[in-house]
Design a protein around this ligand. Structure first.
Ligand SMILES: O=C(O)CCC(=O)C(=O)O
Ligand SMILES: [Fe+2]
Length: 335
C-alpha cells in the first residue's frame, strides 16, 4: 500500500493530479515518506500527465534542504545554479540548487505584461496564445533539455493574479489532425535562450544578430517528443521568447517571423494552449507544483508588482531526456 494517493485530474482541467499523503502532515513527514517509497511521486507525476500539486509544503520555506531532497527523487541530476553560471542574486544563498523567482530584492524580476484585453470576451483569464504570451518549457535551449521542475509558493500573491498556467502537450498532440501529426513527427524546433538576441521582437526590429559562442547556439528539439517514461508523444515547443526567429523557429522550413515555420509554430502553440488543454494554478502559500517539461508547457501571468510581493523557489531536475538524446554531451557547457 502506498503512503500517497493522487486525485486526478486537477480542478477544471483534463490532466494533472493532487497528492495527498496518508501520513502525518507537513513537509518533513512528506519528504521522509517519499524517500521511503522513492518511485511513488515520480509514478504519480507520469500517471497524472505531467503536473502534480503537493499542497501543505510551507515548512520547506524554513528548511530549504527539504525541497532539494524531494527534487532528488525525480531524477539523477538537480541543477546547481552556481555551477551553471546563473546570476548570483537569483540563487538561494544556502541551497544553490534553488532558483528564486521573485519581484523583490535581491532578485527584482518583474512579472510578465498583462494580456490585452485583460480578460477574454467571456470574462475569463486569457490562456490561449497569442492572447496569452509567454508559453514555454524550461531551458529548451539546452540539449539535452531538463526533465522536471519543482516550484514552491513561498510568498504567493492573492488568487486572481500571478497564476501559473500549464498545457498538456500529450493530449494536444493526440488531438492534432492526422496529416498535421505526421508532418510534426518529422520536424525539429530551433530553441535558443531569450538573451541570445534572436527573439521574435528582436528579429522584427532588425537587430543585428550577436555572434554566439558554441555553447549558446540554437539547439534542435523534436516538435513531437517521445516521453521516456510514458511512451507518449507530446508537442514540445515554446513561442516568441525561446525559439530562434532568425534561422527558425522550425528547422528546414522557411525561417523568420513571416515564414512557413512561423505559421506552423504559431498554429501549433494556438492549438496546444486551447482552454481544454490548460490548467490554471491559483497559488496558496506552501503549494508545491511539480511539472514535467518533456510533455507540458507553462506560462507565468501578470500580477500587481507595484503593490504585491511574490517569492517562488524552483529546482530543475534532469538526466532522463529520452533515447533521442542518448550519450550526448551537454550543449550549454563551454568546451
Ligand atoms: O512565475 C511563474 O509562475 C512561472 C515561472 C517559470 O516559468 C519558471 O520558473 O520556470
Ligand atoms: Fe518556466
Amino acid at each position: 500500500m502506498s503512503r500517497f494517493d493522487c486525485l486526478v485530474p486537477l480542478p477544471g482541467a483534463g490532466f494533472g493530479g493532487r497528492i495527498r499523503s496518508c501520513g502525518p502532515p507537513g513537509a518533513a513527514a512528506l519528504v521522509a515518506a517519499a524517500e521511503a517509497e522513492p518511485e511513488a511521486l515520480p509514478r504519480a507525476l507520469a500517471e497524472a500527465g505531467g503536473v502534480l500539486l503537493i499542497p501543505g509544503m510551507g515548512a520547506m520555506a524554513e528548511d530549504a534542504a527539504l525541497l532539494l531532497r524531494l527534487s532528488r527523487l525525480f531524477g539523477p541530476e538537480v541543477e546547481n545554479y552556481r555551477e551553471t553560471g546563473m546570476q548570483p542574486n537569483m540563487i538561494h544563498p544556502e541551497v544553490p540548487e534553488i532558483f528564486v523567482v521573485s519581484n523583490i530584492p535581491p532578485v527584482h524580476r518583474a512579472p510578465p505584461a498583462r494580456p490585452e484585453p485583460p480578460l477574454t470576451a467571456e470574462g475569463r483569464l486569457p490562456v490561449q496564445f497569442p492572447h496569452r504570451r509567454g508559453w514555454h518549457t524550461d531551458q529548451s535551449y539546452r540539449r539535452p533539455p531538463p526533465d522536471i521542475s519543482l516550484f514552491l509558493a513561498v510568498v504567493p500573491v492573492p488568487q486572481g493574479q500571478g497564476q501559473t498556467l500549464f498545457a498538456d502537450g500529450a493530449a494536444a498532440y493526440d488531438a492534432l489532425p492526422e496529416a498535421l501529426r505526421a508532418r510534426v513527427d518529422g520536424l525539429d524546433g530551433l530553441h535558443v535562450s531569450s538573451t541570445a538576441g534572436r527573439r521574435r521582437e528582436a528579429v522584427l526590429e532588425g537587430a543585428a544578430p550577436k555572434p554566439l559562442a558554441p555553447h549558446h547556439r540554437p539547439q534542435r528539439q523534436p516538435l513531437a517528443r517521445l516521453h521516456p517514461v510514458t511512451g507518449r508523444r507530446a508537442l514540445y515547443l515554446c513561442e516568441y521568447g525561446q525559439m530562434d526567429w532568425l534561422d527558425g523557429p522550425i528547422a528546414e522550413l522557411e525561417p523568420g517571423p513571416h515564414g512557413e515555420g512561423a505559421l506552423l509554430l504559431e498554429a501549433l502553440v494556438t492549438h496546444l494552449t486551447q482552454p481544454r488543454f490548460v490548467y490554471v494554478h491559483e497559488w496558496t502559500a506552501g503549494d508545491l507544483v511539480v511539472w514535467d517539461n518533456r510533455c507540458t508547457v507553462h506560462a507565468a501571468t501578470w500580477f500587481d508588482a507595484e503593490r504585491l510581493e511574490r517569492v517562488m523557489w524552483r529546482t530543475t531536475v534532469s538526466g532522463n531526456p529520452g533515447a533521442a538524446y542518448a550519450g550526448e554531451a551537454k550543449s550549454w557547457v563551454a568546451a
